[in-house]
Design a protein around this ligand. Structure first.
Ligand code: ZN
Ligand code: ZN
Length: 400
């Protein structure tokens, strides 16, 4: 039913490849052997590629029937996670302290499967096969973009295996797919002194009290109630004794948002309130925000193309939509900051399996999903070429 486009021979090859990747996990920006294995496969298929060395993306470049047309990008991740695998599979990690618990080995195999199909039956125009480093930490998508992953690319697609759905299902969600998560630290500096003589001091604890309450209003009073946002202060550190007024206080917390405008507003709002509270109390306050990955927001035209490809591969009834976006994050968002694209999920749980979450040491996939993923990438690249055409300015001139 599902794998009509993939030959048995190619499927067996993908199973072998994904087991090899799974057994030889490497961490973010250190994917040396993984990249080499991909390169061997690309050379075998006679696909030109760019690779600037360890820590960089391997970008296979399929020319297609007309190499002057715009390019479609397909993305897989190369990195694994720290931890000790507990799947008990014959292909369990042989690299101590490293495990492919996010299924990236499967994604690489799927993309190489699509590469095989795209070489044997060329698509209308070029396709970039983007094998990026460091999705789990460090935002390797940005490295891939610097490496030229998006050169001439007008639409990009990626998928991720999951046990939330059974094998044979593909989840395609419009608009928001994952959350944005940022962390912050606020440092308040006042003037310490005797607990009985507050007029000689600037009390950092009283100031933090004002700030903790004020910051909550960024969500309750300044954010559209239909747009989700969370500002959590999870750690407060200040003071040393009951009769000493604290000179310093430190607040740490995290921000969760889905929309970039909401995120920007909260970042600016925090700075605004901090400036005002510092002025109000004659203190020094500074904030540092470490930005996590932006939200993945599927673009409508690319999502329609992805949904069409998914329907062709698994049938209408097996293309599902999750009710809510995920609170997880994904660095695929960086590509979507540059070009239209869509991120889907491939169900990878056999019907009689208990679901295991991603990143769990026991996470493994039902290997049938390799055929589904390879077919999906192959189809979506062709459909995107047929249905997303652009003029010279890159504006959409026809869609679906
Ligand atoms: Zn992961
Ligand atoms: Zn992942």
């Amino acid at each position: 039913m599902i794998d009509s486009q993939i030959t048995d021979k190619l499927f067996s090859h993908l199973v072998m490849l994904r087991r090899w990747f799974h057994q030889h996990p490497e961490l973010a920006f250190d994917e040396a052997n993984t990249a080499q294995r991909i390169i061997t496969e690309l050379e075998h298929l006679d696909i030109a590629y760019d690779y600037a060395g360890v820590g960089h993306a391997v970008i296979g470049r399929i020319r297609g029937q007309d190499p002057d047309k715009s390019t479609i990008g397909l993305r897989a991740e190369m990195d694994a996670l720290p931890g000790t695998e507990s799947t008990g599979a014959s292909y369990t990690s042989i690299n101590p302290g490293k495990m492919h618990a996010c299924g990236h080995g499967a994604h690489m195999a799927m993309l190489l499967g699509a590469a095989d199909m795209l070489v044997k039956n060329p698509p209308p125009g070029p396709v970039n096969l983007i094998f990026q480093p460091a999705e789990e930490s460090g935002g390797g998508a940005r490295t891939a973009i610097t490496d030229g992953a998006l050169q001439n690319v007008v639409a990009i697609f990626a998928g991720h295996v999951t046990h939330e759905y059974v094998t044979g299902q593909i989840m395609v969600r419009d608009d928001l797919v994952t959350a944005q998560s940022d962390r912050f630290v606020i440092r308040i500096r006042g003037k310490g002194g005797h607990g009985a003589r507050p007029h000689e001091t600037t009390d950092a604890i009283v100031i933090s009290g004002f700030l903790i309450t004020a910051l909550q209003t960024l969500v309750s009073r300044e954010t559209n109630p239909l747009h989700s946002a969370v500002v959590t202060i999870g750690k407060v550190r200040a003071g040393s004794a009951a009769n000493i007024i604290a000179e310093e206080a430190e607040l740490e917390g995290s921000i969760r948002t889905f929309r970039s405008e909401v995120r920007r507003h909260i970042h600016h709002g925090m700075e605004r309130m901090i400036g005002a509270v510092a002025e109000l109390h004659n203190a020094e306050i500074e904030i540092s925000i470490s930005e996590g990955y932006p939200s993945v927001v599927n673009e409508p035209v690319a999502t329609a193309v992805a949904r069409k490809a998914a329907r062709e591969i698994v049938g209408d009834e097996n293309v599902v939509v999750s009710e809510f976006p995920s609170m997880g994050s994904e660095d695929f968002a960086y590509y979507l900051g540059n070009v239209r694209g869509a991120f889907v999920r491939f169900g990878a749980r056999a019907t009689d399996w208990e679901p295991v979450p991603l990143h769990n040491p026991a996470f493994d996939i039902d290997e049938k999903v390799l055929a589904i993923g390879a077919n999906f990438y192959n189809r979506v690249a062709r459909l995107a070429h047929a249905q997303i055409a652009h003029d010279q300015t890159g504006e959409l001139i026809n869609g679906v």
